[in-house]
Ligand binder design. Structure first.
Ligand SMILES: Cc1cc2nc3c(=O)[nH]c(=O)nc-3n(C[C@H](O)[C@H](O)[C@H](O)COP(=O)(O)OP(=O)(O)OC[C@H]3O[C@@H](n4cnc5c(N)ncnc54)[C@H](O)[C@@H]3O)c2cc1C
Length: 449
């Protein structure tokens, strides 16, 4: 039987930074990470396996990350957790005694209870290298691909699968627009452009329609929609979300609910010696304190850095989920953080918005220039920033993170209007038209915040 001070179960976006943080904060402790899989896929890179990067082998988190940070690991599966004995039993029969346990067991894809969903060539998106190789092989013999779900995963899969392949691609989405869950009514501008981009590439999008049945004998041959239409399909990819993987924790008697393993703001579970982080852990909104269903790698790593630091002494607190999304299709990047204008109003906030658009280089003739549009949403009562939307080229991806930092630091429009920014013709907008600052200024024009 092994014995360690700190045991981490899970080796992906949450498990790795949790282990590295625990190692940094507690260098004197023995530490072991256990993960199920031989090779760890970069979860956010999965769609790009089917186009840009070409293979699961080109989309891996290398083990050198663990080696370089002094984290030992074994490949095995934690089958049973005994919180009284502080023992985890593995599939190999080995057991590990721990002093502190970090659960980072992640999530599994949601599979809707649709008739025929268990037919061959139906692929919910799993974060598993061998499975993704099988899906890639299946793709090579595909003529008609249907993707269920037009969130980030659906649009990225559609764009990548269409690259260099002469296949028909159709996305089926029950909501009225693609990316609607992330963007809310801000969908109007960003999501219409995403839809136009996909349609220009020859991808069909069927919105406001449910997929009701998967047709075929053993193997999918078509799908039936709620509008009565049938669409030919020899491959169906299901990308409609995930559910937290709480089996181990639940069987051990830890407090869980539909949202995951219940944790407090220090990421501690109902057992003081067990912490949880990432997709398996429950979440709450930064803005309202209410339960949040968001599951993102960026959230997982933040929670991991809180949990890993807190194991022996509480030093970090989770302020709740802000929610930062971005996606890129060709040269178009759309990104969103926090609350949409409509979402904020629905939560009872009185809001004022500011917008600005300008080239992201100066002069605009500089190579690589894209028009960058920014919308900021402020709470009218205290002036604090509660949301942002950015649309443009690659520079949108980092600007949304700056806006996220402003939100988390509860900055007001008057703070952002005089924020000191670094600019350069080749890499940023001109300081005169800097979109973040000018969007705050236009909000201030409407009301003194
Ligand atoms: C296609 C796709 C694209 C995405 N794109 C983005 C994006 O662009 N940006 C973003 O922020 N997020 C994105 N996400 C979400 C992101 O992937 C997840 O939020 C992230 O993977 C969560 O990390 P995690 O470590 O909590 O869980 P997981 O990635 O699910 O990892 C769980 C780990 O635990 C291990 N494990 C589970 N049970 C056991 C056990 N009993 N014993 C041992 N090991 C176990 C697993 O093997 C795995 O190593 C995407 C997700 C998908 C599917």
């Amino acid at each position: 039987m092994k014995q360690v001070d700190i045991l981490v179960v899970g080796g992906s976006a949450a498990g790795i930074p949790a282990a590295i943080t625990a190692r940094r904060h507690h260098p004197e402790k023995s530490l072991l990470l256990i993960r199920k899989e031989d090779q760890v896929v970069i979860p956010c890179g999965i769609p790009y396996i089917f186009g840009t990067v070409g293979s699961p082998d080109n989309n891996l988190i290398p083990d050198i990350v663990l080696h370089n940070n002094g984290v030992d690991f074994i490949v095995d599966e934690a089958k049973k957790l005994d919180p009284i004995e502080k023992k985890v039993t593995l599939a190999s029969g080995e057991s590990v005694l721990y002093d502190k346990l970090l659960l980072a067991t992640g999530s599994v894809p949601l599979v809707p209870p649709i008739p025929g969903i268990d037919k061959k060539n139906v692929y919910p998106v799993k974060k598993d290298v061998k499975y993704l190789k099988t899906l890639l092989d299946a793709m090579e013999n595909t003529k008609d691909l249907v993707i269920l779900g037009c969130g980030f995963i659906g649009v990225e899969f559609a764009d990548e699968c269409k690259k260099n392949r002469d296949i028909n691609v159709t996305i089926v989405e029950m909501l009225d627009q693609c990316l609607q869950i992330a963007f809310g009514e801000e969908a109007c501008r960003c999501c219409q452009e995403v839809e136009s981009y996909l349609e220009e590439k020859g991808i069909s999008i069927v919105t406001g329609t449910k997929l009701e049945e998967v047709l075929g004998d053993e193997r999918v041959t078509a799908v039936k929609l709620s509008n009565g239409e049938k669409i030919k399909a020899d491959l169906l990819i299901v990308g409609i979300g995930v559910r937290p993987n709480i089996d181990l924790a639940e069987k051990a008697g830890l407090a869980v609910n539909k949202g995951g393993i219940i944790v407090d703001t220090t990421m501690r579970t109902s057992d003081p010696n067990i912490f949880a982080c990432g997709d398996c852990a429950s979440k709450f909104s930064f803005f309202t304190g209410q339960t949040s269903g968001l599951r993102l790698a960026s959230i997982a790593t933040t929670e991991a850095r809180i949990a890993g630091a807190n194991l022996y002494e509480i030093s970090r607190k989770n302020p709740g989920v802000v929610g930062v999304f971005s996606t890129a299709l060709g040269n178009l990047t759309v990104a969103m953080v926090g609350m949409s204008e409509k979402g904020a109003k629905e939560c009872g906030f009185d809001v004022v918005v500011g917008e600005a658009e300008a080239p992201d280089r100066h002069p605009g003739k500089m190579p690589g220039m894209s028009k960058l549009w920014v919308k900021l949403i402020f709470n009218k009562v205290n002036g604090e920033l509660v949301g942002g939307v950015v649309r443009g080229g690659p520079s949108a991806g980092e600007l949304i993170n700056t806006i996220s930092a402003c939100i988390q630091n509860r900055m007001r429009a008057s703070d952002i209007a005089i924020i000191q920014i670094g600019t350069h013709p080749a890499v940023t907008a001109s300081p005169i038209v800097y979109q973040l600052v000018n969007a705050a200024e236009t909000a201030l024009e409407k009301t003194r915040l």
